[in-house]
Ligand binder design. Structure first.
Ligand code: BDP
Length: 693
């Protein structure tokens, strides 16, 4: 009897559950401006109402103290202020000469005494304050807040591709944050929130302007005064400013006949320019340079090498402690060799020839921020050169700011890749703090900063991985979800499900099996694998897929371009057998059998189908959080998922329409035919696409 009664009762409760879930109040609307720094109340009991500073009083320590007080006020739902003596303090920020490096920190959380953050330098106090707030938000017991942490790479930077007219190259989140016209007299208070967000994830450097520097005006005194105003806002948050410069500046600004790095007058011009920059911005970080690439001027016009060019700039910055970030993204339409070989061919022979204050900034892969590429071979081949990793946070090739594509798994893949000498993470963040990681920013004037709510997670994850490249993407996602939405298991479970699969689904639906560069020309939105008529051969998608009646893929083995040989032999053997990179390294026959039991053609279709299905499932998964997150963000995210789902179908159908035509193979049983004929997709023209240069 009793058993039956219990069962009835359980059934009754089960039936009630949806009603109970609905009865829970929906959280109030949010617009996303607060990012992950919302500081919502948690069930933590902490005595005291002050954060005290011990042994530090500079601006960075003040920021740390103010932020910790602000955050604790939020999580404890009562006023906590910064200042006053130690007795009665809730938390103490203390300079400790034994601390872990200039930027590292130690959090101590004893049961009955005040919380303490100890650091050797004020930056460590700042990072410790944010870390403590992150830990409290995670909801674990007080003992779990204790932590010792220090960053691996010394430079953790955002590269803004922002133009003087406030457009942002490859930007999908509104205009540039820098209002050059109103600066330096009027400073947008929003810049302080931008600085707080960066500091909260450990970002300590920003390049203000586009690597495609259109002119050299940034080096004039008037513009330097504006940049100095921005630097003034960022400084209390331990963030230094860098500028992109044009190699031809001595001609444009100095009226010189050439920019030849071997000309002493040119070198002197740069020394004078550096002196002026440091007069305006005493803690200026240095120059980022895109040279001899995609129309940007460089030393090769004068028969000089990249090292000659970089070292001349390095000599100008060295007396001030500045750094040159010299980009390795170089290739030329006049070079008929495989584009993905070219940077290695030009730069690897220069190993050991760059000055000590030069970092060679290498994109994660040898092509260009594609959904999947092998890691760049330069990471394994320049042991005597300081290398920086460059990734793209903005999603130029992964659907702009639509839908959800969480990029930490992509970055994790490259950071953990074994080059044969070391992992990429160890190459770009060697012991001693000399390394650097740069991310092309996805930030603009949109109220939610990143164009979509989930793109905030990519900004967050970039900073967290730059601080500690060993962090697990799932752990970062969980931290971000809890702080950005809530610790409700319904939200965390759905959010993790969406985030962790999104990158692989995107790879499958856009560029499966190692395909790359299949996007439309110019703006790079949507599929166009058929394009083969652009004047620069290596800008054509067909250059990369090489699809014809016989097969598909780019032969980069010894029978082809042999780009595979740029990797260490054991690594090359591994990459050469990686199914996920099959068509990157091999030209295959359509009917070649694969270890999956399918032919190349069948596998290709299978992966497109899997990608489309994965993305279609995302929207359904998001529905499960209705009512558990605020209605405004719920609806905004839902709308972008609709677009992502439509685009996934477009990518899959258009690509298959083309490959069906070229291969002459039938669709495998059970696979849906494309919705339209190939010509329908080829006729698509987009209007008003953001971000194109
Ligand atoms: C490409 C972008 C282009 C950039 C270039 C670069 O399409 O806008 O200027 O990278 O990194 O992916 O220099």
């Amino acid at each position: 009897m009793r058993v039956i009664w219990l069962m009835r009762r359980a059934l009754f409760l089960l039936a009630l559950m949806p009603a109970l879930a609905q009865a829970r109040p929906v959280p109030p609307d949010e617009d996303g401006y607060a990012l992950w720094l919302r500081y919502r109340p948690v069930a933590a009991r902490l005595a005291g109402d002050r954060v005290a500073l011990a042994g530090a009083a500079g601006p960075v320590a003040q920021s740390a103290c103010a932020e910790l007080a602000r955050g604790l006020s939020g999580v404890l739902a009562r006023r906590v202020r910064c200042g006053g003596g130690l007795p009665g303090a809730l938390a103490v920020l203390r300079i400790d000469p034994a601390g872990a490096g200039e930027e590292g920190y130690r959090i101590v959380a004893p049961a009955r005494r005040p919380l303490m953050i100890a650091a050797r330098g004020e930056p460590g106090l700042l990072y410790g304050a944010f870390a403590l707030l992150r830990r409290i938000a995670a909801g674990g017991p007080r003992a779990s807040w204790a932590e010792v942490s220090a960053p691996r790479a010394g430079l953790r930077m955002l590269d803004h591709w922002d133009n003087p007219d406030r457009t942002v190259e490859r930007g999908y989140a509104g205009q540039s944050l820098w209002d050059w016209w109103r600066l330096p007299d009027q400073i947008d208070p929003r810049l302080t929130d931008y600085a707080r967000a960066n500091a909260s994830v450990g970002i300590n450097a920003v390049v203000l302007n586009n690597v495609n520097a259109r002119d050299s005006a940034v080096l004039t005194d008037a513009v330097l005064a504006k940049a100095a105003a921005i630097a003034g806002v960022l400084r209390p948050w331990h963030i230094r400013v860098f500028l992109s410069v044009r190699f031809s500046a001595p001609m444009e600004l100095g009226g010189m006949a050439s920019a030849d790095p071997a000309d002493p007058a040119v070198a002197q011009w740069w020394r004078d320019a550096a002196d002026r920059v440091y007069r305006a911005i005493p803690d200026f970080g240095g120059f980022l340079v895109k040279a001899d690439s995609e129309g940007q001027p460089g030393p090769r016009a004068y028969g000089r090498s990249h090292a000659d060019g970089a070292n001349m700039l390095a000599a100008a910055l060295a007396p001030h402690g500045g750094t040159v970030l010299w980009r390795a993204f170089v290739y030329s339409e006049r070079d008929a060799t495989d584009r993905v070989r070219q940077a290695y061919d030009q730069l690897q022979p220069l190993d050991g020839r760059f000055a000590a204050n030069v970092l060679l900034q290498v994109k994660n892969g040898p092509l260009d921020f594609q959904p999947r590429e092998p890691f760049h071979p330069l990471f394994g081949a320049m042991p005597h050169t300081r290398l920086a990793l460059e990734v793209q946070i903005t999603r130029e090739y992964l659907g702009f700011a639509n839908g959800i594509v969480y990029l930490a798994p992509l970055w994790h893949e490259v950071l953990q890749a074994d080059t044969g000498r070391a992992r990429v993470a160890e190459v770009i963040a060697p012991p001693g703090g000399g390394g650097a990681i740069a991310g092309v920013a996805n930030i603009g004037t949109d109220r939610n900063w990143s164009g979509s709510h989930f793109d905030q997670a990519n900004w967050y994850a970039f900073g967290r991985l730059a601080w500690d490249p060993a962090l697990d993407p799932a752990q970062i996602a969980r931290e971000w979800l809890v702080q950005t939405f809530s610790a409700d298991p319904v939200v965390v479970r759905a959010g993790l499900g969406l985030m962790l699969h999104s990158r692989e689904d995107t790879v499958n639906v856009m560029t499966p099996l190692g395909l790359a560069h299949q996007m439309a020309t110019g703006h790079h939105y949507g599929p166009a694998p058929w394009i083969d008529s652009l004047p620069r051969p290596e800008w054509n998608p067909h250059y990369y897929n090489r699809a014809d009646a016989g097969g598909i893929g780019f032969d980069r083995t010894a029978t082809g371009s042999n780009a595979l040989a740029q990797y260490a032999p054991a690594v090359a053997a591994r990459l050469g057998h990686d199914l996920d990179l099959l068509l990157w390294f091999h030209h295959c026959g359509w009917d070649d059998p694969l270890p999956t039991g399918r032919t190349v053609w069948q596998e290709l279709v299978y992966r497109y189908d899997r990608g489309e299905a994965g993305i279609a499932a995302m929207r359904a998964q998001w529905q499960s959080v209705r009512g558990a997150v605020d209605a405004r963000r719920f609806a905004e995210i839902d709308r972008t998922l609709v677009v992502q789902q439509r685009d996934a179908r477009w990518w899959r159908d258009a690509s298959l329409a083309y490959f069906l035509r070229v291969s002459g193979r039938p669709l495998p049983a059970g696979s849906r035919p494309p919705a339209h004929p190939l010509e329908w997709y080829q006729a698509i023209r987009l209007y008003g696409v953001p971000g194109a240069p």
